[in-house]
Design a protein around this ligand. Sequence first.
Ligand code: MG
Ligand code: MG
Length: 276
Amino acid sequence: MNQYNKSTIFYKTDEEVEFIRESCMLVCKALTHVASIIRPGITGVQIDKEAETLIRDHKAKPGFKGYQGFPATLCISVNEAVVHGIPSKEEFKDGDIVSVDCGTFINGFYGDAAYTFALGDVKEEVMKLLTVTKDSLYRGIEQAIVGRRMGDISYAIQHFCEREHNYGVVKELVGHGIGRNLHEAPEVPNYGRKGKGIKLQDGLVIAIEPMVNLGKRDITKAEDDWTIIAKDQKPSAHYEHTVVVRKNKADILSNHKIIEEAIKNNPEIKEISIKS
Ligand code: MG
Ligand code: MG
């Protein structure tokens, strides 16, 4: 498993892209279900179980479970947790932000997407962090077109979050190519220089996933050896789409709109108000 040259980029055929889209759509169905049940008082373990059942009911496999030994279907990262949180039995509280990252494997291909939910009465400055992080994802996606370079995506995200909003962009973790493997070349950093890095070509499928801290960018690992947390313990946000690079506009293979419809119908979650 996963024996491949890690620097080889696999450009996808149209048929392969459709398989990845199918996998991403299942991820987003699972996240939509999460959006309909998440609330203060429910636990990560509970929503993880529901997501796993939904995925297996579609004859697919959770993409993360067992990946390098990760024990769950969802990565659930609360407040100062950046990513890779293990679902716990602790109840979510009013005012928490909860990043839920999900992967699936079906028809030989992985899908990957993430969304950060605002539970109840989240502070204004934290809501702004969520809005800006989500906005930065779309600014990155705008650059994911044929002829641009990887650094154009990276720069768009970093410049918006750091220069315009003074947040800390996490550097140790990056987006990635995706396909028959959950993580493929190339890396998709959330920081970088315009005009640098590989030239983006048609059929390149990448997961773009800004991880943005309200405070400083420095991170550390929690005692569980999985959860990445902001060193200064301030909140951190994370949104992710899988996209395919195309000529004038990237094609977004995952779908946040269905997640956001479910949020509208869940009175215990606040909407993050930017386009998607
Ligand atoms: Mg992910
Ligand atoms: Mg990812």
